[in-house]
Write a protein that binds this ligand. Structure first.
Ligand code: ARG
Length: 266
């Protein structure tokens, strides 16, 4: 009898052991997170972050305060493809990468230039447009055309915080770099004579040259701009790239380029 009890006891132990063993990993292994694309579709809208101080890429209309621009129209194409509505969120340019990594925003559309440093933190889309970078001065400035940024040594040069312009200027010893959170303040400071020059993307010159008498003294080669999303969200990145690719194929991207950059000379 003792033997039977012992055998039954052993069997019970084995069965209980197997059951516990079966369930325990589930307690330790995190459940697979829902892909961001599915979260967006369930929620019904995509949150796109931008820094709305960069016409014609993005700016706020006055007095309505609506965010409009090339990047918003491109984002709308992506929202349409996903079958959701578009929600634009405005923040300082240098907060965008952190917000996207934290999941506060699903995508960045902010004329953000591709570079390897950013690609370590977020996933870049394929290039959606190329633009030049320009150093601008007030037309009345005594500064003349330069062939390299090195020629700005000794000068007070402004840029937006967190931009590739800031990185490039900071790399040159002897330039007095002034980084502003907002491009509106940057341009106003240039206009008021607070700095000698400002370093921005080419189309911004055209947008501002209407209201302020400006002149370009330096122009870089064309740089690729990307849309950005969290790393590891392959399905979302695939849809973003598909929209870029197809809009160039069916011509809708050229319609947008013409709409927003039609008069661009820079
Ligand atoms: N292209 C530059 C960069 O990526 C500046 C972009 C600024 N964009 C903006 N929306 N203010 O660093």
């Amino acid at each position: 009898m003792k033997r039977e009890i012992a055998i039954v006891g052993m069997i019970v132990c084995i069965v209980v052991g197997l059951l516990v063993g079966w369930f325990i990993p589930g307690l330790f292994i995190a459940p697979t997170p829902t892909p961001l694309i599915d979260q967006i579709k369930t929620r019904g809208y995509i949150i796109v972050g931008t820094s709305a101080d960069y016409p014609p890429f993005e700016n706020k209309t006055y007095p309505a305060g609506e965010i409009v621009g090339f990047d918003i129209d491109v984002s709308q194409l992506i929202a349409d493809e996903l079958g959701v509505t578009l929600e634009m969120t405005d923040m300082d340019f240098d907060s965008l990468i952190g917000a996207c990594r934290a999941g506060t925003i699903d995508m960045i559309a902010a004329a953000m230039t591709y570079n390897a440093e950013r690609a370590k933190q977020l996933a870049p889309s394929s290039t959606y447009i190329f633009v030049r970078q320009v150093v601008i001065v007030k037309n009345s400035s005594s500064l003349t055309t330069i062939t390299s940024l090195d020629d700005l040594v000794g000068k007070d040069v402004g840029c937006q915080s967190g931009t590739v312009m800031q990185t490039e200027l900071d790399d040159i010893t002897g330039i007095n770099v002034f980084a502003y959170a907002s491009v509106d303040i940057l341009i106003q400071t240039l206009d008021a004579g607070g700095i000698d020059a400002a370093y921005v993307d080419g189309p911004i010159y055209d947008a501002w040259a209407d209201t302020i008498d400006l002149r370009i003294i330096y122009s870089s080669g064309e740089e690729p701009l990307a849309l950005w999303c969290k790393q590891g969200e392959q399905a979302l990145l695939y849809e973003i790239n598909k929209v870029i690719f197809e809009s160039y194929q069916d011509g809708s991207m050229y319609t947008l380029i013409n709409k927003w950059f039609g008069n661009v000379t820079a």
